[in-house]
Design a protein around this ligand. Structure first.
Ligand SMILES: [Zn+2]
Length: 251
């Protein structure tokens, strides 16, 4: 049977954690976390992922709620369509409930002309639109066996999850494992591109904060979960690559 190149996939990441990878190059991740007899989604990917996430969640007992890692267009895509409560950090509520894209984005900073031109189209296609937030979640809260951490910088209310027992960190866009100017996976962590960041210095600080947790595996908003013996050093190197002007000098 013909299979489109980006047919969404459901993969197990760790005990009680799955990911639905979909949309462009299957580069958009929605994590499903065991939550009693059902699952909670962490991050909400793009609008095109409504069906595959619904199907995956049904296989795993049903979707109970959606928790946004942050509220950018490619992370709130399915949220308005799932018929379950949507939760985010207090500093993301306004963005999640807004029609507008972020006023701090500056696509002119994207180095590659093609990407610069195509992003407005992609962002509109990815976005699911405004979503009503029913509850908030903050650092120190517990979610499906994980501890919630605030990792502000890419977005003001960016959060991530960390599970001490196996060192798994699920961090949305706290770090990128993609070159967002070239739509290509990269083999090391990097601070998100400054054109999409609320505050790149703070984003670098948050990557240091993530490194201090000593994660064994980092599962981010884009690309596949990443592990390496020197993961912590690689995270610190990524943070150090942000210069005094808030621009990443990493290659
Ligand atoms: Zn993203």
């Amino acid at each position: 049977m013909f299979k489109p190149p980006w047919s969404p996939v459901l993969e197990q990441v760790a005990d009680d954690v799955w990911v639905v990878r979909g949309d462009v190059k299957n580069g958009m991740n929605v994590y499903l976390l065991r939550d009693g007899s059902g699952v909670t989604a962490f991050d909400a990917g793009t609008k095109a992922m409504v069906k595959p996430v619904r199907k995956a969640a049904e296989q795993l007992g049903g979707l109970r709620r959606v928790v946004l890692g942050h509220a950018d267009a490619d992370h709130r895509g399915i949220a308005p369509y799932m018929g379950v409560p949507v939760i985010c950090h207090p500093d993301e509520v306004t963005a999640a409930e807004s029609e507008e894209f972020r006023n701090y984005w500056d696509l002119s900073k994207i180095e590659v002309g093609y990407a610069r031109r195509v992003y407005p189209f992609l962002l509109s296609r990815w976005d699911g639109g405004p979503v009503q937030i029913s509850e908030t979640i903050t650092e120190g809260d517990e979610l499906c066996g994980f501890r919630v951490y605030a990792f502000p910088g890419h977005a003001p209310g960016q959060i991530g999850l960390f599970r001490e027992s196996d060192g798994l960190a699920i961090v949305s866009d706290t770090v990128y494992f993609v070159d967002s100017s070239r739509f290509k996976p990269i083999d090391h962590p990097s601070v998100p591109h400054e054109c999409f960041n609320w505050d790149t210095q703070k984003a670098a600080e948050s990557v240091r904060k993530l490194a201090a947790l000593n994660p064994k595996k980092v599962a981010a908003g884009h690309a596949e979960p990443f592990e390496a013996p020197d993961l912590v050093q690689q995270l610190l190197k990524a943070a150090d690559a942000v210069d005094g002007k808030g621009i990443s000098t990493a290659t």
